[in-house]
Design a binder for this molecule. Sequence first.
Ligand code: M6R
Length: 594
Amino acid sequence: MCGIVGYAGPKNVGDVLIRGLERLEYRGYDSAGVAIRSDDEIYVQKKKGRISDLFQGDLPTESLGIGHTRWATHGKPADKNAHPFLDCQENISIVHNGIIDNFNSIRDELTEKGHEFSSETDSEIIAHLIEENYDGDFLKSFKKTIRELEGSYAVVAIHKGSDELVVARNQSPLVIGIGSGENLVASDAPALLDYTKNIKYLQDGDIARITNQEVEIWDEDNTLVERETKRLNWDVEDAEKGGYEHFMLKEIFEQPKAIHDSLLGRLNNFEDVDFSKYDVDSVQFIACGTSAHAGYVGRYIFEKIAKVPCTVEVSSEYRYTSSSESSPFTIFFSQSGETLDTVAAAREANRRGCDTLAVTNVLDSSITREVDEVIYTQAGPEIGVAATKTFTTQVIILYLLAIELGLARGVLSKDEAENYKDELRTLPRKVERILDDKERIKKKTKRLAEAEDIFFVGRNINYPVALEGALKLKEIAYIHAAGYPAGELKHGPFALLTEETPVIALAVRDQTFEKMLGNIGEIAARDSPVFVVGDENKELKKLADERYFIPKVPPLFSPILMNVVLQLTAYYTAYRLDRDIDKPRNLAKSVTVE
Ligand code: M6R
């Protein structure tokens, strides 16, 4: 939800900012802009649209600057609402990610004092408030300003008479890249990978001053603090397309490695969470979007392996439910670790006395500070807005956690645990076999690309996979799709079935298989084209108009394979329709507004 970047150093600042913005564009792409301090002036270029369309002509090459790529919240996508913003005197420029809750009252006060605003955004007030507070000391006026803001913010500001970037973070991500003779700041570490792998993660309430030579950080009590510098284990290539046409396709193909890396070191010696410390007699999963679908899959995995009752909540709903007497062990999923609804839900779960665990892909992300335990998926950076490899690795972590919990609860024998682990070890190779079949899956998407509505149906552990398949198709192909438990279609949605309405049916040989065959028969009898994904079976061959059979796997582990087929299905359907696959309209990678 908006990406920001700042640079202080000897390199061509225009180039560094544009490079950083390109890497952050997945966070929002309604407009982009840069502000560069050059010859004691602030030069601003900004515009509605994508970064590739924006920056024409040379930008100043020195000496420091800030950049922004926007996902609109206050004020529609328009040139005038693009960041960076200037104060009245054009001495100060800022970029902001987040939402300033008290911007209306600040704007009214500043207007009375004679400030003139050029945008509809909440962010612009920050530049004017710094101007109002300025008494010759830029850092001091910035600190005073930040203390007057309510809401969420990552802010970077520059002054035309100063060689420093001043930055603040509260509930919106911001990291500092430590270089040699240069320092950088950005919303996300991948934006800095071209320049450094040494990262300082700011905490809520932190304010920092950054020059090309030094970084000073003050905490929320204005005490000078040292924040540890951590070394990223991601490479520049991880954040590049590496010959694939889209990040999404690259990330789908990275899944065998992502599964392998997420299992690495954990199968033989799991040290991430010690369940013997907790008294776990029920579990709840909380997340948004694709991560919530991982939670739904988790329910089936935990109930089967750890024999513990589970519930699943969407983060934005959980916060407003009435708090119950019980305090289930609560597991949050968030690829980014920055989804505001999920971070806020974690706070609420703590308030309700739950023991909490976060499964995230981003080191030191906001959610890690709200929970008792953290476990990282080892998926590498995910740039495509559609989540793919991070879903897969979240589910992999779920198997590992369920095995550990099952052992800790004494409901799983060591032999059973080893059998489950053996199945996990086979998954990368099985996923590879599906990826090798991509052309066959691509061919099957012709009819889907012509449809206006598509249903996805599944039962048991593949019901959430149906939800995820439908979400992926909506998100990147812009085709209306709905996921249902297969037995539910006849309770209403059947009225929509025609020969123009494909139904993608997920059928594996679990205890629901016979029922699923019946459901597919009912759908076929309405003349809807049926696309089956599942275990090879003669009956299915007869019933289906199109079919894709996955490599042999126990039903409990089938979601990983089934979902890869659905990812490729969504990808190639969107591809046929020439959609903007990595940056679907109206979306952003991490949603840091409620
Ligand atoms: O970073 P998170 O996992 O918390 O993000 C949650 C959702 O916003 C995310 O999964 C979203 O649904 C994806 N774009 C779906 O592909």
